[in-house]
Structures are given as C-alpha cells and as structure tokens.
Design a protein around this ligand. Sequence first.
Ligand code: ATP
Ligand code: MG
Length: 648
Amino acid sequence: MADSSEILAGLDRDQSIAVTAPAGPLCILAGAGTGKTRAITHRIAHRVRSGQVRGQHVLAVTFTARAAAEMRERLGKLGAEGVQARTFHAAALRQVRYFAPRLFSGRPMPELLDSKARLVGLAATKAGLKTDREVSRDLASEIEWAKASLIEPDDYAAAAAKALREPPFDAALVAKVYAHYERAKRAQGVIDFEDMIRAAIWAVEEHPDVAEQVRAQYRHFVVDEYQDVNPMQQRLLEAWLGGREDVTVVGDASQTIYSFTGASASYLVDFQRRHPRATVVRLTRDYRSTPQVVGLANAVISRARGELSRLRLELVGQRPPGPEPTVRTFADEPEEAAAVAARCAELIAAGTPAREIAVLFRVNAQSEVYQEALAEAGVPYVVHGTERFFERTEVREAMIALRSYRGEDEGGLVPTVHAALARTGWMPDSAPAGGAQRERWEAVSALVSLAEGMAGGGAASLDEFNTELQRRAAVQHVPTVEGVTLSSLHSAKGLEWDAVFLVGLTEGTLPVIHARTPDAVEEERRLLYVGVTRARHTLWLSHAAARTPGGRPRRQSRFVPSSTPPSGAGQSGNGGPGYPRRPLDKAAIAGKARRVMAVSCRVCGTGLVNGADRKLGRCSTCPSDLDEDLLARLQDWRARLAAIQKVP
Ligand code: ATP
Ligand code: MG
C-alpha cells in the first residue's frame, strides 16, 4: 500500500499541484486522458493518508455505478480508508433511507418505481393520447429531462420551447401527461429516481436536524465528470455543502455528451465565478493515448463550434508513438462488421487480450451486426450497456433461490449452488438448443461459472457467494466470459482500451438523424471526441456506404477529419468493397465465442429475438414493417435511456 509520499510519486507537476492544493474550492479543467480521475483519487488518498481529513468525512460522487466502483477500487489500493465513492443516486438513496422515519412520519421510504414507462403510458391515456410502449418511453424521457432540470409541469411547455426540445407530442400535451404522472405516483404511494434526489434535497433544505447531521458527516466533496451535472444534482451538492467550500470538481467541457438529459457544463464553466477563491488547475498532457491518437482527437475537436468550443484544451501526447489511426469505407454493414471482426481476431492472435479491445457505436441497434460477425469469427465478446444482467428475471430468481437455500454449505460451493439452482429448474446438462430458453440457461450458467471461479480460488461458502453476487449486482459487474467490449459511445465515457473500433461513422448515425439544432450536432461531434480518446494504441474508424448490400447510399460522418495534424495523418477511403476477408486462424484465438447476452428486439428493445426472426431483428410479438427512420429514432431513444440508467 502506498504511503503519502508514494501517492505523489506518479504525478506530473500540474497533477501534484491539484493533489496538494489546500482545502477549499478546486477545479480541474482538463482534456481526455490527462489524469483527472487519477488526480482526484490521489488527492483524496493524499489528504486522508497525511491526516488532513478523515476518510469517513469524504464523499466522492460520479455518474455511473461502474465509475464509482472503479474509484472505490483505486482508493482502496491507495489506502484511503472509509471514503464514500458513490453515484449521486446511490448517495441520495442512502441518505433518504437512513432518515426515512424522520422524513415520512415513521413510515419507511416509499417504494421506488423501477420503470416510468408503464405509469407514463397510463398518464398519457388519461390525457387522451394514444401511445405504445416506445412513445411512452419517449414521454418518460421528456419527464425525466424536466425533473432533472427542476421544471414543474406548468412550466414544461415554455422551458421545452426554450431548450429546443422535440417532444413526441405538442408540449402542452406532454405537460398534461407529466402532471397526470405526478398525480398517479402520489396516488400509488411510489416515487421515481428523480423524486429520490428531490427527497434528499428536501431532507437537507427543510430539516435543520437532518442538515446538521449530514453536514457533520460529509465535509469534503469531490465530483468527477462534473460537466455532466444536472440542475437537480447541483442543487443536492449545494444542499450538502451548505455554504461550505471544500469541494473539488473535475471536468472536460469537450466531453459534454448528456445535455439531452438535462446535464449542463455551465456549472463547470461558472465554478470560478461561484467560488472566486478557487484554485484552478489545467492539465493538458495526455497519458492515455499515442501521439497519433491524440493528433486525431485534437483534429476532431478543433472543428467544434459553439459555446463550449471556447473551452477546448489542446492535448499533448506523452506516450511513445504507435500506429496511424485507420480510416476505412466499406460497401455495406455486414462487410464492415466482418472486417472489424477479422481485425479483432488478428489483434488477439498477436497478443492483445480480448478485454483490451472495444467496438463502439452510436446507437445500440448497431451492435447486432457486430455480435454476428464476432461470433462468426470465433471472437469472444461482451455486450455492455444494452442489457442489465442482474435485472434478468431468471438471474433474479436464481439469486433468490441461492439466498433462501438452507440445504447442507456438502462437497463445497459448486454442488451447493447446483442444488439450490435445481429448484428453479436449471440443470447443468440440459442446455436448450437455442432461442430465448438458451439465453436464460446461459445467464444462470454464468452465475455457476462465477461460483466455480470462487471455489477454485479457495474455500468459499454460499454466504460469501451470495454477498459477492449482491456486490456485483450493485455495480452491474456482469460475470461473463472475458471478451471484446461492444458498447455505445455514451457508456464508454471515462474508460480506456488498447484498441478501439469506432464503427458506423455515417451521416444520419453520427450525427444521429434527429440532431437538428446546431447544439445537438455539436454534442454529436463531442461524442466522436469521447470515442477517439478511449484508445490507448490502436484506433480504427469506419463506415459503410450502404446499410445492406445494394441499399441506399450514405455518406461518411462529417466529423471524421479528412486529414489530421502532424502526428496523426490517417489513411482514408481505402479498403472499400475489395477489403480482403482473410481466412481466420481460429486455433490461435484464445477463448471460444459464446453468445452470453440475449439479442434484444430492435422494436421493443426488451423482447428476445429467436432464431427464425433473427434476420428481421424483432421478437415474435412486434411488427416487422416499421419505417426505418421511425425505427432509428426509437432505437436512439432507447440507446440514450440505456446510457443514462444509473444504479442506486
Ligand atoms: P477521461 O477524460 O477519459 O475521464 P482522465 O482525465 O480522467 O480521462 P485518467 O483516466 O485519470 O484520465 O488517466 C488516463 C490514463 O493515464 C490512465 O491510464 C492513467 O493511469 C494514466 N496516467 C494519468 N496520469 C499519469 C501520470 N502522471 N503518469 C503516468 N500515467 C498517468
Ligand atoms: Mg476520468
């Protein structure tokens, strides 16, 4: 474990200034890969280990459960004991649960709605609107945006017009649905995620005794990815602070990609105005990527326009040179996917671990063709962000069966797990041939593989296994084969891989077809910047001239630079229809492809696609004749929702 001087050893001069800055407001403004997350974890560890603050008085907040878990892990390694690293939602939930008897007149916290769409659908019917599941989800997103922006139903129409929102119905009707939805929740005695953050705000703002206790507990605040904070979360942060100023914020305006959910980089930009005595540190040295990748990232973002582009910081690469980024055009999507899969296989055969490779796309619907191609090429893969493993019915049932199993801790963990799961009907040797049943069997088998792994690492009890499952469920850490990550660009933020494939870079997909305002187009450009800056070494950008063989022609995304500054001149336009599909040396590829995750229906997003419907990509209950544009819009909204789902 590092001592406090070792904590400073692996930092450059600017990072050290940030880490050792005295108590008080601190703002780290820096580009991707410059060590922002590293600087704040080291700052916390340094302050705790040198005795300046006690770990239990530090609250570090971020936006995804995965980021929070990663921060806890890094803090643990640096020996910063007791620090709370949580998402805004998790911190709020914990606080509201703790104070519930005081806040709700002795009753426990109201139940949390796990999905808004059903209740919103009912509210829409009440408002006289005809909706289906997808439109209900669009309405739910609008309501989510309004609530995160602290906009009440009466003010929705004016605010939506000002923010250039494009709701699925006339804004006055959406406002009506919003009002009905709020009433329906109250009538049922349930709350949604935004209500929970509001309850945490209300608890502190309106209850002096709660405020005193919360502020005595949390004295030092750190917020990562601060450019993504929304007005509701900012208000909670201010309620916690109660006028105090020991707060460190870290952000990169060029990575603002959640404005559509209500996030606003203005809090980052205005930090110094709100805290005039703030220390401001700018980091520009990029420690993540080769100069070639950095050159391309700079080229992408140098063309940015609008308000946030003024805050752009030119990155300076620190790592040794690597290969030039590859820019390729293919005839159609299956050909593009086959080429990506072939290149992944080559990288793996040459020694890059599959887990160090990511294929990133704009909308989750793009994932399907890559799943097919990777499976075909014998490359293991993991789908990130499209489906929540621990929310699958069979996984939840299996976990209940494991928790309630009282049979005799005989022969060790694995036979016990088998015996407990046998009660749910799962049998180790009864894998169904295919389809949804096979997906369910695979999901439960993934839990068994985890038990096998734990048992192999030493004696583990069923209790320990259940605790591990709960921990993983809390951080959505899916037990699965290690493989190439398939992820949306939104879900990839803050993460890094040795090799990154940015695929489907086509007009209409990036920028996505309904990004119509200049601001929305700029947000799409920043998404590409986020994607480019995920790569440490190997970077590939590609697009297909048509979706299907012989289909309607499409142009390459306007954001892909035709040439890049000195260090990063990419190749362009080659490798078209004639791109060789070399036979694969499958024996050389470590691991065996397994379709661990279910393939979701392109229409409803939740139904499972069985073999016969695979070509249409829809489940047996959904229509197959939807207009492509409507489908693209539905899929995009779903991608956005999946990207912003946060785990309490
Ligand atoms: P993002 O904007 O994508 O969130 P970031 O600014 O938070 O990026 P980090 O994830 O903290 O960047 O760091 C990027 C990579 O650079 C990590 O692998 C980190 O370990 C490494 N790194 C950061 N600072 C240094 C340093 N001083 N020396 C060596 N490596 C470093
Ligand atoms: Mg970071």
